[in-house]
Design a protein around this ligand. Sequence first.
Ligand code: HEM
Length: 409
Amino acid sequence: PSVSTTGMRRILPVDMVERGRCPFDPPPGLRGEGAVRPLDLLNGARAWLVTGFEEARTVLSDARFSADKVRHRDATSPQPHKPAEMEAAVAEREDGLFVFMDPPEHTRLRRLLTGQFTVRRMRELESRVTEIAVEHIEAMRAAGTEADLVPAFALPLPSLVICELLGVDHADRAQFQARTAVGLNANSTPEEQAAARAELYAFMRRLVAGKRSNPADDLLSGLIHAAHPPLTDAQLVDVALVLLNAGHETTANMLGLGTFALLEHPDQLATLRADPGLIDNTVEELLRFLSIIQLGVSRVTTAPVTLGGVDIPAGATVVIATPEVNRDPRHWPDPDAFDLRRSRTPHLAFGHGVHQCLGQQLARIEMRAGLGELMSRLPNLRLAVPAEQVPVRDEMLIFGVRSLPVTWS
Ligand code: HEM
């Protein structure tokens, strides 16, 4: 299930969706008093919003907050599960959607997956990521001195990295990218999205079948080999789709919005250009400052809880306002400043606790290589339109830019 493409305007007050004057600052409605507060949704349901850093960390590490939205009703879901489906699901879960599982169900799949994100595989991927970044930048240069960075760079890079990870054949990659692009295009119709989802599912089924009969050195083959008892085809397809959903749109938006943020902070960009060793710091500060997963991390309470002095009943949806959490003034001095020399304080852009981002190492590699190569290979990189004309994806669970027209010389 891809919640990331769900429009938020249908269930949230407009000031919690639309950005104010600065596209990098959280929507004005997320700012304000109280680390935990009730949130009345436009569909009549009530949720709880968490904007404090410590409170968010509690939600993500306390077992009374469940990630299992198959068993527990989630008020922010536009189509709550039908009761019959829920009863079937409560008995036994046979899917591989481990993002929506609690321990111990989550633990088995997570361990299997962690076993595939080995140091060796990440090291090999790192050189492929750099090659893919360089190929795309050189193609942009060969075509002229202007490009839209989103389709030319930010979207294909993480998509091809997932192809590498899953072991998608080169001949099938164009088809894979075309299918995934529909789902991420805010202008595609629900019918187009449903058709693309079905095709992607069928694509993953064929991929899994291929890995069973013809294993190679990739994550899916590794999972097939390592799991005892074995994972079903349906579980393997779910896992592949989870990796795609979690790893593509997120990283693509960090690349697009991250570039925009760097170009809009020329003093910081100059600092980075003068000292490329600051790239790791830059990546961490971009993750904190941009916190692109706007309201996409949520949990359901399994018991009444008091959090930040506020009583929350059982069965309530608790939404982490990550952009605001990562600007908590109790945690960072001058939190609204973008400062790549900031001392490294842990942020929550990758979450926390048992579900903390499985792909964070890979995401960092992609940002380091992607942003680093862009800045070093495109001299005098700048926006090709005034900053106010850059269209942002404010109604998406994952924030970013729809397009980023840039020029260089
Ligand atoms: C989980 C952020 C890139 C795979 C998460 C979570 C966050 C996050 C906040 C926790 C969700 C929750 O607790 O409900 C990001 C950001 C990324 C990124 C900001 C890019 C900059 C990636 C990549 C991959 C990936 C590249 C893999 C290819 C996953 C998976 C989970 C996850 C599988 C679920 C882990 C679990 O439930 O145990 N990510 N992520 N992510 N991420 Fe990422």
